[in-house]
Design a protein around this ligand. Sequence first.
Ligand SMILES: [Zn+2]
Length: 150
Amino acid sequence: MLAPIKKLAKYKNKEGDIMHQSNIYFDYYNNEIDLTADELKYFTEIVNKIKSKLNYDGKILNSNFELFDDKKVKDYAVGICFKNENDYRIFIDNYFIHECYEALTKDYIKTLIENKTIESVICHELAHIKYWNHCKKHKELTEKYIKMIK
Ligand SMILES: [Zn+2]
């Protein structure tokens, strides 16, 4: 969310892989946990809804942001938009998806994720396709998208 659009090719993890789709996140004890089938279904349904309402056909994928060296991505971002030539890819962090799913039934989690939702984060990243920086127009477009998907 805080990280602006990046060139995909620059985004390599320790193994030299560029960011790719993955269903794993790490828990507090660094165990590798797979998103559950319900969590994945929840995420996919949101992605499909947004794609259909905004008539957007690009890639919106989930990944494990902790695998990436960039501290901004690792510690703060829950969504990121990459550009490779004219191909855009949006990634949403698996741990954030897990938290959002938990927040559906547990009120205390809601306070942890503040007012962020998977929908609002994807809209924020989609607005980066048009506006690279966090300018006023980026904010307005994000808000427009959020209204359009309701
Ligand atoms: Zn941003």
